[in-house]
Design a protein around this ligand. Sequence first.
Ligand SMILES: [Zn+2]
Length: 78
Amino acid sequence: MAESLKQQRQTKKTEGSLDPDKQGKESAASDQNAEVGGRGVLIFVTCPHCGSSRIISFDYEGEWFTCSQCQGTYQVAS
Ligand SMILES: [Zn+2]
């Protein structure tokens, strides 16, 4: 676990149409064995829909995620 690489960011609900190519990977932050994968930075976020703690592999601005708990879509607030 590379704790130093983890950051915390604010999230917001997505608006408008979403580009399927920009969907990122996420998982529950409570899953200690979470294998988010990807090349991006691991970031702790809170789902803006259900409030659950998530961890995302954030690669670029505009990437969006689907909460596996509530199926709501969200993105990192800039
Ligand atoms: Zn959620």
